[in-house]
Design a protein around this ligand. Structure first.
Ligand code: NAD
Ligand code: MG
Length: 355
């Protein structure tokens, strides 16, 4: 496989699965954490390595190292591997996803932003998602008529904070996720609930038109539910560990114990609650976003710019949702091609940097 984003949270879990099942890793692609990358090179012996910045090449212990986004695309196009695992973060993941699909490869896709912004132009038959909720929905499909598909949210770092305290939340506060250990951006997206808007869009592109919704389940043990037309409902339960969806995405099936069995008595009560727009103001956009999924490019570009400003200390935590909502109202993006997705991304991103 070609693994994009090997040093990140998903990347490291993907390598744990590669190790466990003895899968071949042809290419490692990473950003700036060269110490972790060097340890991965020593363990997995990739043929090629690509990193973000040319200035770091001399630090990498490998004879074939290239740098930059063009090198990532070129490597995907010229490698023999038929599987690309895309665990990069943000809009930067779109071009590699498109390149992999155009090269006839299968994409195990953690980079949900690819689908959020470009879902209309992505051949999803080439994609297997790496996301616990979409894995859960896939697991529950049984050919019967579906009324509604539901995914769950933990509520993120501020689910129990007094509402008035959230305006002063810091970057460090956003990173205290109650149930999952993940990269910085998705952990911020979990605190604002943007992650769940993204996942509804991701579900819409993967499973087609239909009814989608999300609910809070604080234990992150139920990941998805399917509400069937006949009145039955089924739920997918598993421990909160990305190695399960990753193993399925990489291998297609898992026939031996991978995660500990669910212990219903130890689990105790499960509760489901609606997502409160006072705590998560972005949730007001849910219905409109699902009706106009092509506006995902606006949502994502505004979010990336707002997060950049929040991390820089320029705007507060609650300002992120405000900026995204202003941009969402202002830009009625209807991209007709992937090139127009890039153009809209740039326009919205630059606007929100100074909004
Ligand atoms: P992360 O920040 O931990 O890792 C991102 C990886 O991408 C790192 O290896 C980084 O070096 C690399 N990278 C970033 N920009 C790059 C560039 N320009 N060139 C080369 N490499 C670059 O993020 P993560 O939590 O692993 O998430 C990755 C993606 O998976 C995101 O889209 C996220 O939404 C999605 N996802 C994550 C989880 C999770 O449990 N962490 C679950 C579901 C989906
Ligand atoms: Mg998820």
């Amino acid at each position: 496989m070609i693994l994009l984003g090997s040093t990140g949270s998903i990347g490291q879990n993907a390598l744990a699965i590669a190790q466990r099942y003895d899968l071949n890793v042809e290419v490692l692609v990473a950003g700036t954490r060269i110490d972790i990358l060097n340890a991965q090179i020593a363990q997995f012996h990739p043929k090629q390595v690509v990193i973000a910045n040319a200035s770091d090449i001399h630090k990498v212990n490998h004879p074939h190292v290239r740098a930059g986004s063009a090198a990532i695309i070129d490597t995907i196009e010229h490698s023999g591997s038929s599987l690309v695992v895309n665990a990069m973060v943000g809009f930067a993941g779109l071009a590699p996803t498109m390149a992999a699909i155009n090269a006839g490869k299968k994409v195990a896709l953690a980079n949900k932003e690819s689908l959020v912004v470009g879902g209309a132009f992505v051949n999803t038959s080439r994609i297997v998602p790496i996301d616990s909720e979409h894995f859960g929905l896939w697991y529950l499909q049984n050919g019967r008529a579906i009324r509604r598909m539901i995914i769950t949210a933990s509520g993120g770092a501020f689910r129990d904070w007094p509402l008035e305290a959230m305006v002063n939340a810091t970057l460090a506060d956003t990173q205290k996720h109650p149930n999952w250990s993940m990269g910085q951006k998705i952990t911020i997206d979990s605190a604002t609930m943007m992650n769940k808007l993204f996942e509804l869009l991701e579900a819409r592109w993967l499973f087609g038109e239909g009814e989608y919704d999300a609910l809070i389940e604080r234990k992150s043990l139920v990941h998805a539910l399917v509400d069937f037309v006949d009145g039955s409902m089924t739920a997918h339960l598993a421990h909160a560990n990305m190695q399960l969806p990753i193993a399925y995405a990489l291998r297609g099936r898992v026939d031996e114990p991978l995660l500990p069995a669910m212990d219903l008595v130890a689990m105790g009560a499960l509760e489901f609650a609606p997502i409160d727009v006072a705590r998560y103001p972005l949730w007001e956009l849910k219905e409109d976003v699902l009706r106009h999924p092509h506006k995902g490019v606006v949502l994502n570009a505004a979010n990336e710019a707002a997060i950049k400003r929040f991390i820089a200390g320029e705007i507060g935590f609650m300002d992120m949702a405000n900026k995204v909502k202003i941009a969402y109202e202002r830009f009625d993006a209807r991209p007709r091609s992937i090139d127009e997705v890039y153009a809209w991304h740039e326009e919205v991103y630059q606007t929100v940097l100074t909004l």
